[in-house]
Design a protein around this ligand. Structure first.
Ligand code: 3PG
Length: 207
């Protein structure tokens, strides 16, 4: 388990962001990511099976670091950590959520999209954060522009990023990793095409 939120940014160049509808897909999917060289997964709390899937991965695939995404409330924080989440990711940040994440005992990436939001997260003592929705909020050019005015902030940009655009983010000094769902396309999951996921993970691991 990463001991700081900074280490979440250092686990892999790409954090696979996954929306899972079928709990039976959780373990084979996690194993395919590991086989491709990406030992990290962010499971979004957007489906009824998300917490069960998280628990299954945490207990059956110990070689992967499993986190919870779309953490919106202090209740989500408690549920995710109880299910075995080793890190937490949120699309935004409120004072209550920051407090709950800070008390959770696991590393976390609050979401930001503006300089004022970045400053509010820094003010709370957190230097590692998600930049979301990355492409719609100005993309790599935006992050490059704020590197100098807010130099202590480091980001995992997520939202609309692809294998083609990821390198422009990863080249920036204030970016530790990117997040994206392109490695786990819905049709690959529906077809249980774990070999395709493994190949996409291997390509991403090499970025
Ligand atoms: C999300 O929360 O959905 C992530 O940011 C992933 O975004 P993407 O599906 O555009 O990669």
């Amino acid at each position: 388990m990463p001991s700081t939120s900074e280490s979440v940014l250092s686990l892999a160049p790409v954090v696979p962001v996954v929306v899972l509808d079928d709990v039976a897909h959780a373990v084979p999917l996690a194993r395919a990511l590991v086989a491709g060289g990406l030992p990290v997964i962010e499971l979004t709390l957007r489906t009824p099976v998300a917490l069960e899937a998280l628990a299954a991965i945490a207990s059956e695939v110990p070689e992967i670091t499993v986190g919870a995404g779309t953490v919106l409330t202090p209740r989500h924080v408690d549920q995710a950590v109880s299910a075995g989440a080793e890190f937490l990711v949120s699309p935004g940040a409120t004072p209550d959520l920051l407090r709950a994440m800070g008390a959770s005992g696991v590393p976390f990436l609050p979401g930001t999209a503006t300089v004022s939001e970045v400053m509010a997260v820094l003010e709370a003592g957190v230097t590692e954060m998600k930049f979301f929705p990355a492409e719609a909020s100005g993309g790599a050019a935006y992050l490059k522009s704020i590197a100098s005015p807010v130099p202590t902030a480091r980001f995992c940009p997520t939202g609309g990023i692809t294998a083609a655009t990821a390198p422009s983010y990863l080249a920036l000094p204030n970016v530790g990793c990117v997040g994206g769902s392109w490695l786990t396309p819905a049709d690959a999951l529906a077809d249980k095409d774990w070999d395709r996921v493994r190949r996409l993970a291997a390509e991403a691991a090499a970025l």
